[in-house]
Each structure stands twice: as structure tokens, then as C-alpha cells.
Design a protein. Structure first.
Length: 190
């Protein structure tokens, strides 16, 4: 059963990866870099700051930093436990897939997917009532994670597991944040 799931995962990866073309490689290489998203992060920071002020924003950023650190390190624990080779290093498929970028580390699960989904979930749960279209925030992890498939670095299952881990971790951090806010800022985030 497990082998069948991995086989379907590989087939789906090959299918999704085949949509790439040299014309768009540069675009997806830009998308996959965290530095590219700095204007987006600054916009988020500004929106959050205007809603809750500098002190609470700094407090929130501390939770975001811990969240990213935790999801990133847990993805490494999983990667070195499962030791699933990346598609770009898989000799069964790397001769016919598009490899735009290569890494030597393991594949399961995607830190990019878990980090972005954790932060998106955490922020969404906090600010969904303050911003009308805040659900659009989830486009960020979707686009960011697809770049990993496009470039030949992750299988879809790596992405989905990263999303699941990130969503659960983001929810747990949201609950911890609520408790901390109630204790340290009795009037809440408004």
C-alpha cells in the first residue's frame, strides 16, 4: 500500500513538473527565494502594525519567529528520519524530469511548505476578522510550494505533508498566542 502511494506521488510529480518550460524557469527561481517575498512581508508587517501597534506587533513577530524555527527544524528531523531522496536525485526519474535546481538534502517533508503554511494559518486565525480578504494569504504557501515541484525539488506528498504539519503547528501556536495575549495584553489585539 505504501509503495503504491509513493508510486502515485512520483507519477503526480512527473505530471506537474512537466508543465515547466525554459521560458518560465527564471520566474520560478525568483518565486522560490525567500528574499523575493520581502515586499509581501513588509506589507503584512504594515497591515498588522496599523491594527495592533508596535508593541503587540513585536510580540507577534516573536511568536512567528519561534513558529518558523520550530517548523523548519522539525522538517529536518523528518527529512533525516525518512531519508527520502529528492526527485532531482532520484535515478528512476531524474533523466526525464525537468530539474531547474538541485539540492543534496532529503525531501520529506518540505520546510518551505510547512513554514509558509504555519505562518499563514497563524496570522489568518488572528486577523481573519480584521481584514476582509485575509484568506488570500493562503495563496502565498500555495505558490511558494508549487515552485518546489516545478524546480524538481519536492514531490507533491512532501508539499501536502508540509502543509498539514504547518497548519497544525500554526493552529497550536495560535492557541498559545491567545493565552499569552490574554495574560500580557488583557484588552486583546484591538
Amino acid at each position: 500500500m505504501f509503495e503504491k502511494i509513493l508510486s502515485l506521488d512520483t507519477q503526480l510529480f512527473v505530471y506537474l513538473n512537466s508543465f515547466g518550460s525554459e521560458t518560465y524557469d527564471g520566474f520560478w527561481l525568483i518565486i522560490t527565494k525567500q528574499i523575493t517575498w520581502i515586499p509581501f512581508f513588509l506589507l503584512l508587517f504594515y497591515l498588522i502594525y496599523t491594527k495592533i501597534g508596535i508593541k503587540k506587533t513585536a510580540y507577534l513577530l516573536l511568536f512567528v519567529a519561534v513558529l518558523i524555527l520550530f517548523t523548519d527544524q522539525m522538517s529536518n528531523v523528518f527529512k533525516y528520519s525518512f531519508k527520502r531522496i529528492r526527485p532531482c536525485n532520484n535515478p528512476d526519474i531524474n533523466t526525464f524530469i525537468r530539474i531547474v535546481q538541485s539540492r543534496k538534502s532529503f525531501s520529506f517533508f518540505s520546510a518551505h511548505a510547512s513554514n509558509t503554511m504555519a505562518v499563514a494559518t497563524f496570522l489568518y486565525l488572528i486577523f481573519k476578522k480584521q481584514f476582509k480578504y485575509f484568506g488570500l494569504l493562503f495563496l502565498w504557501p500555495l505558490i511558494f510550494a508549487y515552485s518546489r515541484i516545478y524546480l524538481g525539488l519536492h514531490y507533491p506528498l512532501d508539499i501536502l505533508a508540509g502543509f498539514l504539519f504547518g497548519a497544525i503547528t500554526g493552529f497550536i501556536m495560535y492557541k498559545l498566542y491567545q493565552l499569552a495575549i490574554q495574560k500580557n495584553f488583557p484588552k486583546g489585539i484591538q
